[in-house]
Design a protein around this ligand. Sequence first.
Ligand code: F3S
Length: 410
Amino acid sequence: MWSGEAGPGVQKAMEIVVALGQIYGAAELVPVASVQVSGVSYKNLGDAGLEFLEEWASQGAWARVPATLNPAGMDMVAWHKLGFRQEFAQRQKAVIAAYVSLGIVPTCTCTPYLIGYEPRLGEHLAWAESSAVSYANSILGARTNREGGPSALAAAITGRTARYGLHLDVNRQATAIIDVRCAVTSEADLGALGYLVGQRIKNGVPCFSNRGTVDWEHRTVGNWGLKTLGAAMAASGAVALYHVEGVTPEAKAEGVLAPGAQTLVVDSLTPAYDELNGPSGAVDLVSLGCPHASLGEIEAIADYLDGQRVKAALWITTARATRDAADEAGLLSRIEASGGRVVPDTCMVVAPVSDLGYRTLATNSAKMAFYAPSHSGLSVRFGPMEQCLEAARTGEWPQLRLVHHESRST
Ligand code: F3S
């Protein structure tokens, strides 16, 4: 591959993998079991990115391992109905076509692990989407660095990545213990917690103590809460791996702490809610499903709505395969009867949302609340699913939670 015998597209991919290995002092390459590629929305790629992909595809490169795609900038089928412009749609379709001609499966989701691409414990990967990287490393015990779009694609084409960073045992030990002393009772609270921890830890490895106030076995935490927590830490910081003492696979035994790990106490979530909430009272768009919703989340939303009509636009973003499963389970028709939509392939951060005329977004995801103002020009309201669905029903942000986030006296 390095010498060019496999063609110029493969040679270019190997040069990228080797260059990264040299920069980070890797001794060798390691085969990867799967790849997840980011850099899919035409909104972020632009024409330069599209040309780069088309040129690479024209050089005969092809993915050697299962490789999936991050969300695109629109629903790839119903884009017209949702108000996306024809010109944008054409370019977005060209981006997907270029990836398909490189052998990447156009899953267009940030939660491939929910639709059959679930890595196994100890497998080496090259994943790019930061929330998926966090989930794969932390909850599934696989091993991946936080790849960029081109480096993930290069790993797909070569089937290898450089062995450095989180591929090595020594870098997977926790650099800080997180002692949570305030109430954490919803997925939004977990996102707020992740937002604060990410700000403080940056690219370190936190280990949440199991003796604090979070009930890690509670159903709110479950996979839904854990993906939300990881997504928030990856957004406000660059956390790619976290542990929960006695819960996540690598924190079930002793020895997860690095020597000299410091303790960080979180005794209030209020600073996160204050920083992530804008002042707007009116809400014209409610977005749930960041990271992309599981079937269980979609069911919880359908149950909560229970036939009530929404006044604001309600988009639940998910993988197309999960949307199909929701359709089969009768959940789609229940949500659509309320006026909501289950939108596959995209999300409010990577879609050109301001073109669609929306101004104020309500979300239960701290990651989305963090990115939406800068990436999509939206004013944001952030709170748990129930509060967001009330906003969808009335078009106003309800003041439901006033006492929730302060420290419990212990
Ligand atoms: Fe996924 Fe978009 Fe959130 S890519 S993690 S739904 S910002």
